[in-house]
Design a protein around this ligand. Structure first.
Ligand SMILES: [Mn+2]
Length: 331
């Protein structure tokens, strides 16, 4: 089997990062707020590897570790903020933007050497050394390559953490960002002892009962344009009350709407107690929903964006979004 290694144009950055790591004794790692499987998996995988070569490593996550990620090896050692003031090296991971590390931003940026490891290529690259590659499906893939350059062997714990990030950021090797390299690294991690069953059980098949009931309700109430290109659902405050679900449990509804045969645009609207309808838009290639979100003061990416639509009723909110889509020729 071929061992994936960084492409030539990035190799110098990986080597610079490896040299900085080898020269450091105390290292801080930090990820973005509301951490996901890739943020935590990449930090924990790198931390376990660096501890194995004798480094002192603090793992900083402003929002701690969500329930669904507590199965990850090393997760009990994650700190919300730094207990000490100084490190030799700070590494921001999967952050998107330095500010998204929340209270840990200053800790990382205050280090004498700062490394940015990320596959988000938005505005916020930072640090003296940048391992930033928007063509990778996950930050964990970049950590895998860094460990190859460092010459640190995988063990089952490291492999499990990195595999978790790949699984969550690719939806289990399904999303378009998944490359041949993603599969190659996945194979190497599996061979090193990563347990994909545990990832599926903890991350994908570990939804709360209330979230599932809300998903059911959202699908029963689903609407569809005449040609079927637009699919939507509007979740009201009474839907939240009836199911006991929270707004944070609407994950997965957009995906279920997008999965309807023929759907090109999925609109999920959630009534907010503070007024208006928080709206997430998902679409397939060829449509740019960020322009729709921008009309309502929102933003995001071409294929996934969000905004809040001011309206007294769900019908009124939906009508406004459908009108903007119709102007763009989508109906
Ligand atoms: Mn990621």
């Amino acid at each position: 089997m071929t061992t994936p290694t960084p492409s030539d144009d990035h190799l110098a950055d990986f080597k610079a990062a490896a040299t900085a790591i080898q020269g450091a004794e105390r290292i801080a790692l930090a990820c973005h707020v509301n951490p996901d499987g890739d943020a935590l998996g990449s930090m924990l995988g790198l931390a376990i590897a660096l501890r194995s070569i004798g480094k002192h490593v603090d793992i900083l996550s402003a929002d701690g570790v969500p329930e669904t990620m507590k199965f990850l090896p090393g997760s009990a050692s994650v700190l919300r903020t730094s207990p000490i003031a100084t490190y030799d090296l700070g590494i921001g991971m999967d952050a998107g933007d330095a500010k998204r590390m929340g209270p840990n931003t200053d800790t990382i940026l205050g280090c004498p050497i700062v490394i940015d490891i990320d596959h988000h290529v938005t505005s916020g690259v930072f640090g003296n050394i940048r391992i930033v590659d928007g063509h990778r499906a996950s930050t964990c893939e970049l950590v895998y390559d860094l460990l190859v350059v460092l010459g640190i062997p995988l063990n089952p714990e490291i492999a499990q953490c990195l595999m978790c990030g790949i699984y969550t950021d690719t939806g289990g090797f399904r999303y378009p960002a998944t490359t041949a390299g993603t599969f190659q690294i996945g194979a190497a991690l599996r061979a090193a002892g990563a347990n994909a069953d545990a990832i599926v059980a903890n991350v994908f098949e570990n939804r709360t009962e209330t979230a599932q009931r809300l998903l059911g309700r959202a699908l029963v109430q689903m609407g569809r344009s005449d040609g079927g290109a637009i699919v939507w659902s509007v979740i009201t405050l009474s839907d939240f009350a009836a199911t006991g679900a929270l707004d944070s449990e609407t994950d997965g509804v957009s995906h279920a709407l997008r999965s309807v045969r023929g759907a090109k645009v999925a609109i999920l609207m959630r009534e907010q107690a503070s007024g208006g309808f928080r709206t997430s838009l998902r679409c397939s290639e060829g449509i740019d929903v960020s322009k729709v979100a921008a009309k309502f003061g929102g933003g995001g990416h071409r294929l996934a964006s969000g905004c809040t639509v001011p309206a007294a009723t769900g019908d009124e909110a939906l009508r406004q979004v459908l009108d903007v889509l119709a102007e763009a020729g989508v109906h």
